[in-house]
Ligand binder design. Structure first.
Ligand code: B12
Ligand code: SF4
Length: 481
């Protein structure tokens, strides 16, 4: 079978953050689509990947690309925030090509029935991990069989009836999986956020599935999406990285895994395997403070790591406990000290407007972040995920959840004790202002930039993006007045 896998058109920077600088937001390698593509190829199918955001394609240009490939089936990949453009595209594709059209990705994983009811252009939707499911689905189409019994699929029969099959527990050992199909993309079009990139081309990569911890109350990885936790062996991880470097020229990897450092043996072995292969790339990864120490960071640094991202959310011990985090104010300080002792930078990830938080707790968090010398602070506005009490209390469904992502600078939830949405947004902007305009941050950033020209360039790029994000939006100010 010939299968086109498509990522619908979407300008993340402009549509989510209102950015006007063309290069403020980087195109991210669509790992979902290229993993599914690799498995389909391995099963003997021919595959095309059309990544519209990276190519700058509109729907007509997507149709032209698909027309040249002449597929027997078309798969569309969508997170919640791009479900609407995905659905509009599916209607158009069904009309122009009239081939089997199926959906996969985060949104159909969370809301499979809703997606099938929403648009008759979907002949099927895949929920959960998509690789093995897509292979069985396409094999069934090739053999002209029904999709009955294929785990992880919801499908429409010839009479319009919808059938939801069982969930699939993906079983394949990750070490034995094919290299994602990076070769189906033009890698020169991709990068990662400036603070995560020392060398280009930079690509995203995944070495694990699921989160080993999975207890944080606000996170879909701890609830709704629940992939069984498993990971590559240190040897296969290092070998795949070497292949991505040698075959496709990637020099930097931004690991997307929610929980990269789990257990000291694995990370020490992995770093050793990378060193044996000559440290082919520089890299960054997410880590939990409870899993790291100076020894772990020294090994990571020696294997090419230059930055870690740590989810700190709100630096208040009672609130961290309520969120289910295995973090305290003291353990975050310790982790940051250990990272700095190995010359690894720390991106702290924080949230404004979490249930039970107060505006003061956000500002105390900023003060802790400054004192603990977080190098880059990223604040997000809290958006209740489908697994949370806040979500249930709001009575949200698929549509409200999707809408909640559409404007990243606008609050959608008011915790008890806060005045209104506007108040949450003010605290969010103020947190950014207090962190980045504080003389302690400015002095440290200037010192680091002076010693490291690559970092200096990244700091300038980051500052331009922040200036773009927080430039006064006169139209919305007038609308609100
Ligand atoms: C890297 C990443 C990014 C990158 C790249 C995004 C991209 N182009 O994919 C950047 C930084 C740009 C980003 C931005 C955002 N992200 Co993000 N991101 C991630 C992260 C950490 C990894 C995604 C990834 O590559 N996973 C690995 C691949 C293999 O998994 P996958 O994409 O889920 O694909 C599997 C299945 O879904 C399925 N599948 C996927 N596509 C298809 C297609 C077909 C046809 C089939 C059959 C199957 C299939 O099979 C795949 C393999 O099993 C995830 C968290 C996570 N661990 O997944 C969050 C995550 C996807 N992001 C999220 C969010 C909210 C955002 C933002 C809105 C955040 C923001 N504040 O800006 C934006 C919106 C961008 C968007 N794409 O919608 C949420 C999405 C929630 C939702 N309901 O959609 C997630 C799940 C984080 C979370 N736990 O809340 N993100
Ligand atoms: S926030 Fe991070 S550590 Fe917590 S459950 Fe989600 S992915 Fe795991």
């Amino acid at each position: 079978m010939r299968v086109s896998l498509v990522v619908p058109p979407f300008d993340y920077g402009r549509q989510l953050y209102g950015l006007v600088r063309r290069r403020s937001f980087q195109n991210a390698v669509p790992l979902g689509a290229i993993n599914v593509a690799a498995y389909l190829r391995e099963a003997g199918h021919q595959v095309q990947v059309v990544d519209a955001p990276a190519e700058g394609y509109d729907n007509d240009q997507i149709c032209s690309a698909i027309n040249r490939f002449v597929p027997d089936a078309i798969g569309v990949s969508a997170t919640s925030v791009i479900y609407d453009p995905a659905s509009a595209l599916a209607t158009l594709l069904k009309d122009r090509f009239d081939v089997f059209t199926f959906l996969g990705g985060t949104h159909s994983s969370l809301y499979p029935e809703w997606c099938m009811d929403d648009n008759v252009a979907w002949d099927a939707a895949v929920f959960g991990e998509g690789e093995e499911t897509a292979v069985e689905l396409v094999n069934a189409l090739a053999a002209k069989k029904t999709l009955d019994g294929i785990g992880g699929v919801i499908w429409r029969d010839g009479d319009g009836g919808i059938h939801k099959n069982q969930h699939r527990a993906a079983q394949r050992d990750l070490s034995d999986t094919p290299l994602p199909a990076y070769d189906l993309l033009d890698l020169s079009r991709y990068s990662a956020p400036p603070m995560r990139v020392r060398r280009t081309p930079a690509v995203y990569m995944e070495l694990f599935r699921g989160c080993a911890y999975a207890k944080c109350t606000y996170c879909t990885s701890g609830g709704g999406l629940k992939n069984r936790y498993r990971r590559h062996s240190p040897e296969s991880a290092a070998e795949k990285i070497l292949q991505i470097h040698m075959r496709y020229g990637a020099n930097e990897i931004a690991f997307v895994d929610d929980d990269f450092v789990v257990g000291k043996d694995w990370i020490h072995d992995f770093c050793g395997e990378l060193r044996k292969r000559g440290n082919p790339v520089s890299w960054t990864a997410y880590a939990r403070a409870s899993q790291v120490d100076a020894g772990v960071f020294a090994a990571m640094k020696a294997a090419g790591c230059h930055q870690v991202l740590i989810g700190m959310e709100v630096l208040d011990n009672a609130m961290l406990r309520a969120l289910g985090k295995d973090l305290t104010v003291a353990s975050s300080a310790e982790a940051i000290r250990a990272a700095h002792s190995a010359d690894i930078g720390v991106i702290g990830l924080f949230m404004a407007g979490i249930p039970n938080s107060t505006p003061e707790s956000v500002f105390t968090t900023v003060e802790h972040a400054l004192q603990q010398e977080v190098d880059v602070a990223v604040f997000s506005l809290y958006r209740p995920p489908p697994v949370s009490e806040a979500f249930e209390a709001l009575g949200w469904g698929s549509r409200e959840y999707m809408e909640s992502f559409k404007k990243q600078k606008e609050a959608v939830y008011v915790p008890a004790g806060w005045r209104d949405l506007r108040h949450v947004e003010q605290v969010f902007s103020e947190a950014y202002r207090r962190f980045y305009l504080d003389p302690r941050f400015v002095k440290r950033a200037a010192k680091r930039a002076f010693a490291d020209p690559v970092l200096a360039k990244n700091i300038v790029k980051g500052a331009l993006t922040l200036a773009d994000q927080f430039r006064p939006d006169f139209r919305s100010l007038i609308a609100r007045a």
